[in-house]
Ligand binder design. Structure first.
Ligand code: NZQ
Ligand code: ZN
Length: 385
């Protein structure tokens, strides 16, 4: 095991009807900005519950944070906060709203051009407004982590940031608030969570028995409940479990002390920024091809994954690896997320611009060995057509 730091200050409040508890966790004299997206939380009653829970507090609202939140939109929230002297942020929605809120929290008092926050991956953040969230889409883990991803439309750049100053103070996870999700978004959530675990697990075999078992437990649980969680739109138990898995998949726990490989995500971000695929759609396309291209570098861990997650213990090594990759792809398809670039109307012409963007963003040495170059990414995308 590598030496590790594990820090996570976020309180998770999971259960039906618990939005009312917001009142307990936000100071009575806070001047609150509630941030949300395109209106799903108005339509499914979440915002009404939030409004009620906030009681007599000073509360203002900012709507219109889009999927893959845009820097340009978020800067309007920054202006509003500065103008109205608001001092507490409550994100109500999915990962995009929570990510956007984290960036806003860091940008409000940032000295200089806030885009520099993204260009520096968040390392230059020295203060942030306190924030919390009400989650309506189990997927990103943003409700319990210190990361955010923001897109600047002007240059089609989708960049991540991390800062311990943007951990939510608490997040409310009411599984019944996910009932209004379209199947596509639930499927996206299952795939995103799955790939978060994979990127912290499927690297090299090391002496990490507990981390491996945590990761395999999360993957097996997703395989066990994924399809049903998509098809049963009002199953509170299933949705509660999905919320908890998605949260643990990227709250820092399983990644502590182990090598990580975020190449699928970083390549996927470029596909979203250039061609507008949903975040999880990019992962479903890239991961099976990435595993195929990296099968030698990942051989031992792929065999462990095959045996422990998919119970593949007979046949040659090559057969077990092929079958593990095939089942991974089939699982993504089964939860409704297509796994080929062609399924999204893309052909070989899409590849070159992606490689150029990877170069432009310095994403040229990805993976647990730092040897996933744009050339390797080209092979991956060709295999994903
Ligand atoms: O905008 P509204 O109207 O709210 O609709 C949203 C949006 O259209 C809708 N939705 C959310 N909750 C709903 C609902 N519709 C009906 N009922 C509900 N209960 O779902 C659509 C997608 O929402 P979005 O927040 O974009 O999805 P997701 O949670 O998958 O977030 C994706 C973003 O998170 C980033 C991604 O890159 C992407 O920008 N990520 C953030 C991470 C992090 N902070 O750690 C890690 C991830 O790997 C990921 O990169
Ligand atoms: Zn993700």
């Amino acid at each position: 095991m590598l030496s590790l730091d594990f820090y996570n200050p976020t309180r998770i409040i999971l259960g039906k009807g618990r939005i009312a508890e917001l009142d307990r966790h936000i100071a009575a004299d806070a001047r609150v900005l509630v941030l949300y997206g395109g209106g799903s939380v108005e339509r499914n009653g979440t915002l009404d519950e939030v409004r009620q829970a906030m009681g007599e507090r000073h509360v203002q609202y900012f709507s219109g944070i889009e999927p893959n939140p845009a820097y340009e939109t978020l800067m309007q929230a920054v202006e509003l906060i500065r103008r109205e002297q608001l001092d507490y942020l409550l994100a109500v929605g999915g990962g995009s709203v929570i990510d956007g809120t984290k960036f806003v929290a860091a940008a409000v008092n940032f000295a200089g051009d806030p885009w520099q926050i993204l260009l520096n991956g968040g390392e230059n953040v020295t203060e942030a407004l306190p924030l919390a969230s009400v989650l309506t889409l189990p997927a990103t883990g943003s409700e319990m982590n210190n990361g955010a991803v923001v897109t600047r439309l002007a240059d089609k750049a989708k960049l991540p940031m991390h800062s311990d100053l943007v951990f939510p103070q608490f997040s409310v996870l009411d599984p019944t608030k996910t009932f209004s999700l379209p199947a596509r978004q639930v499927g996206n959530g299952v795939v995103d969570s799955f790939v978060h675990v994979i990127e912290q697990y499927l690297t090299v075999v090391g002496n990490n028995p507990l981390q491996d078992r945590f990761a395999e437990g999360l993957l097996q649980t997703l395989v066990e409940i994924g399809e049903q969680a998509v098809s049963e739109t009002d199953n509170e138990e299933l949705r509660a479990n999905l919320m908890w898995v998605a949260c643990l998949a990227l709250n820092g726990l399983i990644g502590a002390g182990v090598p990580q490989d975020w190449s699928t995500h970083l390549l996927g971000h470029e596909l979203t920024a250039l061609y507008g695929l949903d975040h999880a759609q990019t992962l479903a396309v890239v991961l099976p091809a990435m595993l195929q291209v990296r099968r030698d570098a990942k051989r031992d861990k792929l065999l462990q994954y095959a045996a422990r997650v998919w119970q593949l213990t007979s046949g040659s090594e090559e057969q077990r690896i092929d079958e593990a990759i095939r089942r991974t792809r089939a699982f993504f398809e089964a939860v409704g997320v297509p796994t080929r670039l062609a399924d999204y109307g893309l052909d070989a012409a899409c590849i070159e611009p992606v490689l150029q963007q990877l170069e432009a963003h310095g994403m040229t040495t990805l993976g647990e060995h730092g040897d996933i170059t744009p050339e390797v990414c080209r092979q991956v995308l060709e295999l994903a057509l």
